[in-house]
Design a protein around this ligand. Structure first.
Ligand SMILES: C[S@@+](CC[C@H](N)C(=O)[O-])C[C@H]1O[C@@H](n2cnc3c(N)ncnc32)[C@H](O)[C@@H]1O
Length: 273
């Protein structure tokens, strides 16, 4: 299925005032986590391998253990960020479609959504596979033309991006003027005690449980990596700064229970297209 007036894979000339590359040095969400891969260039390969292998088990483990960040929460977060019926959505880091599924309930038409993800294993495991357009791509390089959607969502993929500045520039390029952005991520709590509690849960209990119920050994490793990348990730202030730097306005972090972060932003209305 294809978006009506969107030519997949085609990149148009830039007409918006998207920040240029020279002003935006590479901004990694966290330094390499060398327990899992040796350096930055091995990171994407590690991630693609682990998501490809464990995709079929993602939804099951996520629904039991992901701290309630399930369907209801995802939908409420999209609504809070301004998602409305009829909007064209690009869901980056589509995975098995947990955010996309909720977005479709709001926009009321599956043809209005395009998913983007580099992992064939995650996409194949999605109940939405075959029902919506899903493209092989990354936040840093979205295979869609300029100004092709009203809303970009990205759930729990921010930590996997190789360059936040590049990704946020891409979001700016692909969104229409006045378009909205909603990034969901787990961020480290502020108090030492909360960090300790969450760490014990995510770094010990979740991987043990995953090892018990999952068929694939790497599922437990994925959930260990989940916490390690949260712990190492850039703090919300840095993320907000980078989103602003890419030209977004009204950038805001909506925080629930000290860990569920929703980064909301929009593009100015009066950009020439
Ligand atoms: C933890 S899953 C989240 C899936 C889904 N959005 C959700 O809410 O459950 C992270 C997804 O991000 C994808 N991913 C990894 N690197 C990415 C990148 N550079 N750009 C976009 N997606 C990426 C992975 O393949 C994986 O499917």
């Amino acid at each position: 299925m294809n978006h009506d007036n969107t030519t997949v894979g085609e990149h148009h000339e830039r007409s918006k005032s998207i920040p240029i590359e020279q002003d935006n040095p590479v901004l990694v969400p966290h330094p390499p986590i060398t327990k899992y891969y040796a350096n930055e260039s091995e990171r994407a390969e590690f991630l693609q391998g682990i998501f490809d292998e464990t995709g079929s088990e993602y939804d099951r483990i996520e629904s039991i253990l992901a701290l309630g960040s399930g369907s209801w929460y995802r939908r409420q977060a999209l609504l809070r960020a301004g998602l409305k019926p009829g909007m064209k959505v690009v869901d980056v880091g589509f995975g098995t479609g947990l955010v996309a599924k909720e977005a479709i309930k709001v926009i009321e038409d599956a043809d209005l959504l395009i998913g983007i993800d580099p992992s064939a294993g995650m996409i194949k495991a999605s109940p939405l596979h075959g029902q919506v357009t899903i493209l092989d791509g990354r936040a840093e390089e979205i295979p869609l033309p300029e100004s092709s959607c009203d809303f970009i969502s990205m759930g729990y993929a921010l930590r996997h991006i190789s360059d936040l500045n590049k990704a946020f520039r891409e979001f700016h390029r692909v969104l229409k003027p006045d378009g909205r952005l909603c990034i969901l991520e787990i961020t480290k709590p502020r108090s030492f005690f909360s960090i300790w509690l969450l760490k014990v849960y995510m770094r010990v209990i979740v991987p043990i449980f995953a090892r018990m119920v999952a068929k694939n050994k790497r599922t437990s490793l994925l959930w260990r990596y989940y916490w390690d990348s949260i712990e190492a990730c850039a703090n919300p202030a840095e993320i907000i700064e980078a989103i602003k730097h890419a030209g977004f306005i009204e950038v805001n972090q909506h925080l629930i229970f000290g860990i569920f972060s929703e980064f909301q932003a929009k593009l100015p209305q009066n950009e020439a297209v």
